[in-house]
Each structure stands twice: as C-alpha cells, then as structure tokens.
Design a protein around this ligand. Structure first.
Ligand code: PLP
Ligand code: ZN
Length: 390
C-alpha cells in the first residue's frame, strides 16, 4: 500500500458551476443538476504518476488521490475492478476489424460494473455518516447496493420494476435488502424511492443524484488508460442507460490529462441503446442538449430501459466533445449478437453488453469505424445474471 490519500477538494455543479463543501452530505446542486467531485490535482501529482503505479493494489482505490474516500477504513470492497481487456480476434476477423477489444465487466462482484459505482458511493456515504440506503434500479444497481450494504452492515431499501430479471430479484433478497417490486418502470421506482427517502431520511443513491457513484465508474477509464500502457483506444462503445459509465470515463480522461499521465486525442465515445428505449440517440440526432422522456420503453436489456436520465446533458456532451456518435440496435440484433459473441469468443455477456456487438455492423457500414481503429466494447455485465432474458 502506498501512503497518499484522497485529494478530494469540493463538489461543483456540472450545470451552473456552484461549489459545495465535500465534507458534508450534498446529493445534488440547489439548481437540481448533477454535482461532480473535484480534486486538487496539483496535490495529487505529488504522489500520483505513471511511475508510482506498480506498488498499488489492483482495485478501484488504486489511484486513491483521485478517489473520494479519505479514510481507507471505509473501503468496503468485494474485489471490484481491474477487469481484463480481451482481444476479440475471431469476431474481429469476421467483421474486418483488426483491433477489436472487450473489457469484461462481468467479472465484477454481483456480475456487473454496477459494483464499482456502488462500492464508491456506499463507502463515501458511510464515511460521511450515512446509516441507511435506498435505490431505484432496473435490477443490477439494486443487487450491487444490497451487496455493499451487507458488507458494511447497513440496511438497503431497493425499488425495482416487478418484471426485473428474476435472478437479480433473488439476489437482492438473499443479501438481506428490503425489496419493493414496483408496477412500472425505473422512473416510477425512482419516484417511490424519493418519497420513502424523504419520509425516513434514507440516503438515495440513484444514478447521478449523488456525487460519488460516478467516481466508481470513472475507474473503468483509469484502468483503460493504464491497461493500454497510457495510450487510449480510438473508439469506446458503451451501452447507455443512466449514463454514469460514459460520463465517468470522460471525467477520468480529463483528470488523467491534467495529471500529465495521458495525452489527447481522446477516444470517440459511442453510445448504444435499444430501439425500444433510445432517448439519448434521438436527442443526439436532433442536436438537442437534453433528451425527451421515452414513452412505452421496452427492451430485453433491462439496464438500458431508462426513459429519462438526469445526466442526459452530460452524456450528450461527452459524445459530442469526443466526436463520437449514438446508435440504436433492435432486441433481435441484441439476441443474435449474444449468441455470436459466445460462440466466437467464449464470452457469455448480458443483453446490454451484446448491444455494443450489435452496433458494429452498422458503424462499419457508415464508415464510422475503420479496419485499423482500436475499439473497446464495454461488456457491462455477465450473461449469467440474466438467464431468463435469453
Ligand atoms: C446499468 C447498466 C447499464 C447502463 O449503464 P449506465 O452507466 O447507467 O449508462 C449497462 N449495462 C448493464 C449491465 C447495466 O446494469
Ligand atoms: Zn447548479
């Protein structure tokens, strides 16, 4: 273990720029928009550089200087992070892509990358004195919160749509969380969770409605830079729901650049959604800053069934700043891609992850991807978490 510590400085609103103390519990800006933790990067530089990496532990706290928890006794870890990047040689050959890679987030605890964000959020919230948690979730985030709350000996209240994947529902129950099945979508679960949170004083860890989940997701970007020897790929393809992953990685790249650890240009960020729920894709095509609510959202990729995202403007900004794009794929294409990925590469990914594979053909057709581009697909979860979806 290296001695360094977090250089967390304050919280800043991503919309109006208002600053807040990071020593107090503050979920969102008074203007209603998303708060980001900001670090004293000059101070972080004193101990954090490419040369100081080899002595550190391989988990999400690896770059402690730019992670929010100050006191390591509050790291409630289950072995999350440092997932492998696999070269997809067989699938790449089929598609004519020489440098096609996949980051396998299915190897995280609870089987999805949600564990990164909830690990960071639960740890930081407990450091700040939080006792009890609540979350609305399509399933995976609820399972991850339940796991970290159990690990920390705290109570979690989880609101999920009643048609969420069956295994995830069992998992949440097994972890001892208080589970409420909601007749509706994640946005309906969100309304209920908010009411209960206000009534009982539970801490609501909804996507981007508190400042620290994004810091856990940010570690995917930190790892990508390090695993590719500090030279980022040309393209990142990411299945987008609430958007913390894409937004977190974009934040990671900017911080690493300011720390002098990487240089631009940054990867083109591609957001993939299902045609049954594609609010971000529509807003991107229409040149809008915010996305409209998506009516009758329906897809087998539960994590992508997010009809409205609080961080829509941040997702769209990352896509545009990076010269990326946004693309939707059908559930039929998603299912076919799940099978194809499993057969060609031995990776059983969840439908959300398969959506990134499904997007490749169209992106090649339109000329957005070149045969030599270094491309990373984010496989956000294991197919074993969603047996009733395939
Ligand atoms: C939540 C989830 C997503 C969407 O992630 P965001 O970062 O919120 O956009 C994608 N895949 C899986 C498996 C998920 O659980
Ligand atoms: Zn604000």
């Amino acid at each position: 273990m290296v001695k360094n510590g977090s250089s967390l400085d304050k919280l800043i609103c991503t919309k109006c720029g208002k600053g807040y103390l990071a020593t107090e519990i503050k979920r969102m800006c008074d203007c209603g928009k998303v708060l980001f933790p900001v670090y004293n990067l000059e101070k972080a530089k004193e101990t954090l550089s490419k040369n100081t990496m080899n002595k550190r532990r391989y988990n999400i706290w690896r770059m402690t200087e730019i992670m929010p928890v100050k006191d390591p006794t509050f790291y409630y870890s289950l072995g999350e992070g440092w997932t492998p990047i696999l070269h997809l040689k067989n699938l790449g050959e089929e598609l004519g892509l020489k440098n096609l890679f996949l980051k396998d987030e299915g190897l995280n605890p609870t089987g999805t990358f949600k564990s990164r964000g909830l690990c960071a959020a639960v740890s930081k919230a407990i450091e700040l004195g939080v006792k009890e948690f609540v979350i609305p979730s399509a399933g995976n985030a609820g399972a991850a919160l339940s796991a970290y709350a159990a690990r920390a000996g705290r109570k979690a209240h989880v609101f999920v749509p009643k048609d969420a994947p069956e295994l995830t529902i069992k998992e949440i129950r097994a972890m001892g969380a208080d589970l409420v099945l909601v007749d509706g979508l994640i946005t309906d679960a969100g309304k209920l969770a908010k009411e209960e949170s206000e009534k009982h004083g539970w801490f609501d860890v909804s996507t981007l409605k508190e400042p620290y989940r994004v810091e856990g997701k940010k570690t995917m970007g930190l790892e990508l830079a390090e695993q590719f020897d500090w030279s980022l790929p040309d393209v990142i393809i990411y299945p987008t729901g609430g958007g913390t992953g894409i937004v977190g990685m974009w934040k990671a790249f900017k911080e690493l650049e300011q720390l002098g650890m990487i240089e631009g240009p940054f990867p083109r960020m591609i957001s993939v959604q299902s045609s049954g729920c594609a609010p971000i894709i529509k807003a991107f095509r229409e040149g809008k800053e915010h996305a409209e609510y998506w009516e009758n959202a329906n897809t087998i990729a539960a994590g992508l069934r997010v009809p409205a995202a609080i961080g829509d403007y941040l997702i769209l900004k990352a896509i545009r700043e990076s010269k990326g794009t946004a693309i939707d794929v059908s559930d039929v294409q998603i299912k076919a891609s799940m099978v194809n990925l499993a057969k060609k590469e031995g990776i059983m990914a969840c439908p959300e992850a398969a959506a990134t594979v499904a997007s490749l053909e169209k992106l090649i057709e339109t000329g957005f991807l070149g045969s030599k581009d270094k491309i990373v697909l984010f496989s956000t979860g294991s197919g074993l978490t969603t047996p009733n979806q395939w």
